[in-house]
Design a protein around this ligand. Sequence first.
Ligand code: PGA
Ligand code: ZN
Length: 422
Amino acid sequence: MKIKQVLSRRIWDSRGRPTVEVEVVNEDGTSGLGIAPAGASMGTREAVELRDGGARFKGLDVQNALRGIATEIAPALAGRDVAHQADIDAALMALDGTPTKSRLGGNALIATSLAVLHAAAAHARLPLWQYLAQGRPVRLPLPQIQIFGGGAHAGRRVDVQDFMVIATGATSFSHALEMTAEVYRAAGELMASRGQLAGVADEGGWWPSFARNEEALDALVASIEKAGFVPGQDMAIALDIAASEFGHGGRYRLALEGEELDTDALCERLVRWTEKYPIVSIEDPLAEDDEAGLVAFTRAVGGRVQVVGDDYLVTNADSVRAAATVGACNCALIKPNQAGTVTETLAALEAAKAAGYATIVSARSGETEDVAIVHLATGWNAGQLKVGSFARSERMAKWNEGIRIESRAGAPSGFAGRAALA
Ligand code: PGA
Ligand code: ZN
């Protein structure tokens, strides 16, 4: 089916900031929408977002990205077969012409690429996950859900960015959500009873009114117990340290504790946490430039804990292969807008699977009502999904979409469950 039209417009994300939406219309009238999300703690090697700069909306407007879509991308895509995703993505990359997608913008490219994908599924009259699965058996992903938000998502109130839970005892996607709902509520009640309830952070997690990073871990365990679950059995802990936000060159500054740690000391601290708390997954434990640290940490805990690369791997197939060669991480976070096109995102996911890594498809802190990543995680059989907390509609829209996928006729063949963890 040929593409008839590529429309674009500025819409607003969950932080009230401008973002890019693209609508691809096919000649048969079917169409697809793609929306660019936005990060706050970004890897330095991510596809570059094209923002206008200047005073308007603090420089975050996307008029230049929209202009590039209208004047260059739309004419280049008109008449192409919408089902030829790889060819279209290659054309987008060639059109941009830069290694970082800085000319037309990673935001323009990912919105376009996702819109093409949605339009192809719409033409095939299939839900996106099913279009992607191509008849292969796939499972609903195991969710990682934030309970306390921190780092760049909470004014750096605590250093660690995400304190999350994984319902390791869940038998279905909706069961995992039910269990998490109880823990999320229990955590809010716990904070309220201590006079520490102060609203929510960027991704809907409770605002982290803690005196030490470890206090958040204690509160997490207490919340799991308060909800009636056995920590480590029914419900485990996952962390995103997002260490690039508070360290580089092997020096880390924990502002809350007023400590400066080198790589070894931070590794030791995190290993101690994994021994003291029921932690099954740690993301970006060291900064993106601290490969030796990531290798050492993976060697230390990789046999029993999932070590996730986000800023370090930036959804790049070559980076994943290089990491596997040196033995850094055992799981790749997959964020479509870090790569900039659907094809490159899938290549990173496939490189991770080929290296024996687990994979987690992930949203960004700046999100919208878009639910595409739930379909990507399911249709690509990623095993795991991370979209922030259990509050606010830009998050809940995604969890709810998973429930729809799971409950409709012709649903995927089950739930990935804890076996999806590295
Ligand atoms: P970001 O953070 O979307 O703000 O970059 C999410 C993450 O680090 O996983
Ligand atoms: Zn991260």
